[in-house]
Structures are given as C-alpha cells and as structure tokens.
Design a binder for this molecule. Structure first.
Ligand code: MN
Length: 211
C-alpha cells in the first residue's frame, strides 16, 4: 500500500496520485478527481491528525492497526478515528486501484476469484450489486474473510479492517465520488468505473497481502 504517513512530520498525509487528475475521464471527470483528492481526502487526513493529537493516541503511523482495534480507543476519539481514519485508508486504497491502463488480472488472483466467487463476471455482478444496494454513503468491497474472497458493502467510511477482514478493492459510492457527472445515477457510475480499474495493481496488491 502506498505511503499514508510521513515519519518526519509524524503526520498522516494524502498520497500523490500515481496518474493525472484527468487520467480517468472515461469514468471519472477531472474536477471530481481534484475535489475528491484535494478536499475530501485531505479533510479526512486533517481531522484524523487532529483527533489523534487531541486524544494523545500512540500509533506509530500504523493506520490499519488503529482501524482493527477501534474498540480499544477512548470513546472521545473512537468515532473520529473510525470516520477519518477509515476515510484516509479507504481513499488511499481507492486511488491505487485505478489508472489509465487496465493491465491484467494475474493468474493467482484470477484463480482465487474463480474458486471463491465463480469467476470474474460473477464477481463484477456481485460487487456492483453491493455498490448499488448500499443505502446512502458508503463503499462496496472485495475483501478476504477467513482466507476466502467475499463481497459486501459498508456504510460511511467503515471498512473490512473494522470487522477483522482484509480489504482488497473498494469502490466509493458517496455522492461526492460521482455527483458532478452522474447526479443521481449511481448505476451509471458503477458500470463506468470498471473501465478505470487497474487490474495489474489490484492483482499485485492481492498477492502482497496473501503472501
Ligand atoms: Mn470519497
């Protein structure tokens, strides 16, 4: 996963995108990408840093570890870390899973999708279903649960780490992710999004988390 934390300043930071803001226009327009990355994602990072500082929380920059043990955090800071730490983690994963080139699904990832989800078409259908079924703001996920690939949605900025699973691929279905171009037509956004998934990057990430 790309860097989420700057050790020198001891602050969480937004990662630079590995492509231009205009690189995904077949599915996501440049203005949405800019606002999403520079305003929304930055906002989660700023609020996360503030909450951790206010709560005097020791974390060594390990955001995943924090999200896995939200219940151990003091009540006053827990919700802020859940929402803003989740927001930081989810968006960082989201950016790295997209790109102007689709690449290819690796044989290892393909085999797991076949075994656990019935193949790439069934996976896409089920994933899109989770994205459309998610009421209000949230995410659709491909995650590993007990060693098996599984699909579900989560509300707000919750993610699979918070239920002991490992996120592999997430789709942001907050209106801020698609409203400028698609308005209320979430199904059109979800259908177009497959055009900008970087399967090589997602496959690589999958391999890195299961090894
Ligand atoms: Mn978002």
């Amino acid at each position: 996963m790309i860097t989420l934390y700057d050790k020198q300043s001891q602050q969480f930071t937004i990662p630079a995108l590995p492509y231009d803001y205009s690189a995904l226009t077949s599915a996501i327009d440049e203005e949405t990408m800019k606002i999403h990355h520079q305003k929304h994602h930055q906002g989660y990072v700023d609020k996360l840093n503030a909450a951790l500082k206010d709560g005097n929380i020791e974390h060594h920059g390990d955001l995943a570890a924090l999200l896995k043990k939200l219940d151990t955090l003091p009540e006053g800071v827990r919700t802020a870390v859940q929402n803003n730490g989740g927001g930081h983690y989810n968006h960082s994963l989201f950016w790295q899973s997209m790109g102007p080139n689709q690449g290819e699904v690796s044989s290892e990832f393909d085999a797991a999708i076949k075994k656990d989800l019935g193949g790439i078409d069934a996976f896409k259908e089920s994933f899109a279903g989770a994205a459309l079924k998610q009421f209000g703001s949230g995410w659709a996920w491909l995650a590993i649960h007990d060693g098996t690939l599984t699909i579900y949605g989560t509300p707000n900025q919750d993610n699979p780490l918070m239920r002991g699973d490992t996120p592999i691929l997430g789709l942001d279905v907050w209106e801020h992710a698609y409203y400028l171009r698609y308005q209320n037509k979430r199904p059109d956004y979800v259908a177009a999004w497959w055009d900008v998934v970087n399967w090589s990057a997602v496959s690589e990430y999958y391999s890195s988390v299961i090894s």
